[in-house]
Design a binder for this molecule. Structure first.
Ligand code: MN
Length: 226
């Protein structure tokens, strides 16, 4: 668990991403956070991050999580991220590592569903429970073979059968940020990012003609009704 690789990939004078100084990391509490960030980079993907041992363990999931237990989603293990990365939503400048638009797609807390998290991670069979705004219930990350000489491990993210399993595509049904109610194109637009590229990550049904002033209000009103 180290942020060396995370820091070595980024130029903090240029990118607004958090440097992850030790002082900004909160001590390990009883409930640990998770975040799923939707990231319009070279390829659109979802970054799945679980707090563990003072960092965010991270997997890049190209198609995002599926609530359908029959669907296995490829999850590439990537470098640990600092805890305060969990609230990062905005623009990574073009040309920088991961350049593009980042949305906080889901967040909440998680708990292990195994007696020993470190042993489960090592074994490559890691069960956990999510208490998110969109994602709930029991999930598993299973390690498969790595890709040749690549240092990155490939895993599969799979929903277990429980009352939160659903055949519906949650990435299409729930495309907006849980922290700001915005679509990717809204975030790109507000931060001077690549709006056209970001919009490709928004479901077509959600990408309505922009009504910049009123949109956030409408969304919070709709949320309150739920
Ligand atoms: Mn990413």
């Amino acid at each position: 668990m180290t942020l060396k690789e995370y820091r070595s990939k980024r130029r903090f004078k240029v990118t607004p991403e958090p440097e992850g100084k030790k002082s900004s990391q909160k001590p390990e509490g009883p409930s640990r956070i998770f975040v799923v960030q939707k990231h319009s980079a070279t390829q659109l993907h979802y970054d799945f991050r679980l707090e563990w041992n003072g960092v965010l363990l991270s997997w890049a999931v190209p198609k995002g999580p599926s609530t359908d237990p029959s669907v296995k989603r490829l999850a590439m293990h990537v470098e640990d991220h600092p805890i305060d990365y969990a609230s990062f939503e905005g623009i990574i400048p073009a040309g920088e590592y991961g350049g593009g638009t980042v949305m906080v797609w889901d967040n909440g807390t998680w708990e292990p569903h195994v007696p020993d998290v470190n042993a489960a991670l090592e074994k490559g069979d890691f069960k956990f429970i999510l208490h998110g705004k969109k994602l709930h219930g029991s999930w598993v990350l299973v390690r498969t073979r790595g890709f040749g000489s690549s240092t990155k491990e490939s895993w599969l993210l799979i929903k277990h059968r429980d009352e939160f399993a659903s055949p519906n595509d949650i990435t299409v049904d729930e495309p907006k940020s849980v922290s700001s109610g915005r679509l990717l194109a809204d975030i790109a637009s507000a931060g001077g990012g690549d709006v056209a590229k970001a919009a490709k990550g928004d479901p077509i049904s959600a990408a309505k003609p922009p009504v910049p002033a009123k949109k956030p209000k409408k969304m919070s009103a709709r949320r309150k009704k739920k």
